[in-house]
Design a protein around this ligand. Structure first.
Ligand code: DC
Length: 232
């Protein structure tokens, strides 16, 4: 069986897409691209320059002009990759609560999506890739060789995000995180442009009762390689 060259991983907030995509890319020696960071970078750029997130034309211009680079980690602080926004390392800033709360707004704008999808495709064309997001299998790489759609209950996802934030010394309450996860699910799946949904040919995996190694093992099975037999 031929190994898939392009792998799309979609799913709602905190469904484990980035963890899976990163581990999979490491195992396979593929490029890893978490497309959510691009929407976050545009949101951060707007917040910093005082642009109202409701100003669609301004946000679209920003997405078209801003320079976003996603590279291998430059600091050993547990990050999956380093993200530069117009040359500045903004990796940590992209996870701030203000960005979390606002990012679904520009993500719903057609112009923003078009500009970022184009950047994502360009990166994906360079080599074998595992790309994670919301619309990778449906819009960005509709011809991907393997499409996975990860899901999990909102409670399980909120708990994972809560544990992650606790580990990073953030004291956000579980209830606030759960409310945020539900709000983003609602906006991401109801938007008119590229709403969150599985591609018709995606394999849907509910990870509510699975931990990260079990998800990776399952997907390595789909790729055609036993989880433990390959080099990291
Ligand atoms: O995966 P994440 O939580 O970092 O994504 C942040 C936001 O970006 C999310 O609310 C929806 C949006 N997003 C998107 O619309 N399309 C993508 N391909 C990736 C993310």
């Amino acid at each position: 069986m031929n190994r898939p060259s392009t792998i799309a991983i979609d799913g709602p907030a905190a469904s484990g897409k980035s963890t899976l995509a990163h581990a999979l890319a490491n195992k396979l020696g593929y490029l890893y691209l978490d497309t959510g960071v691009m929407y976050r970078a545009v949101t951060l750029a707007a917040l910093r320059s005082g642009i109202d997130l409701a100003d669609e034309p301004a946000l679209t211009r920003l997405a078209e002009t801003v320079e976003i680079d996603v590279v291998a980690p430059t600091v050993a602080d547990g990050r999956d990759c380093t993200i530069y926004l117009d040359g500045e390392d903004v990796t940590l800033g992209l996870r701030e609560a203000e960005v979390d709360a606002g990012v679904s707004i520009p993500s719903a704008y057609a112009g923003v999506r078009q500009a970022l999808s184009q950047k994502q495709r360009r990166i994906g064309e360079r080599r074998r890739v595992v790309m994670a997001g919301r619309d990778i299998g449906t819009v960005v790489m509709p011809d991907a060789d393997l499409k996975i759609y990860l899901d999990a209950s909102a409670e399980a996802r909120a708990r994972r995000r809560w544990l992650e934030l606790q580990a990073g010394n953030r004291s956000d309450s579980y209830d606030d995180i759960l409310a945020g996860v539900r709000r983003r699910d609602e906006i991401d799946s109801r938007r008119a442009v590229a709403p969150l949904r599985p591609a018709d040919d995606a394999i849907i995996l509910d990870t509510t009762e699975m931990d990260a190694p079990a998800v990776l093992d399952y997907v390595m099975g789909l790729v055609g390689i036993a989880g433990d037999d390959t080099e990291a």
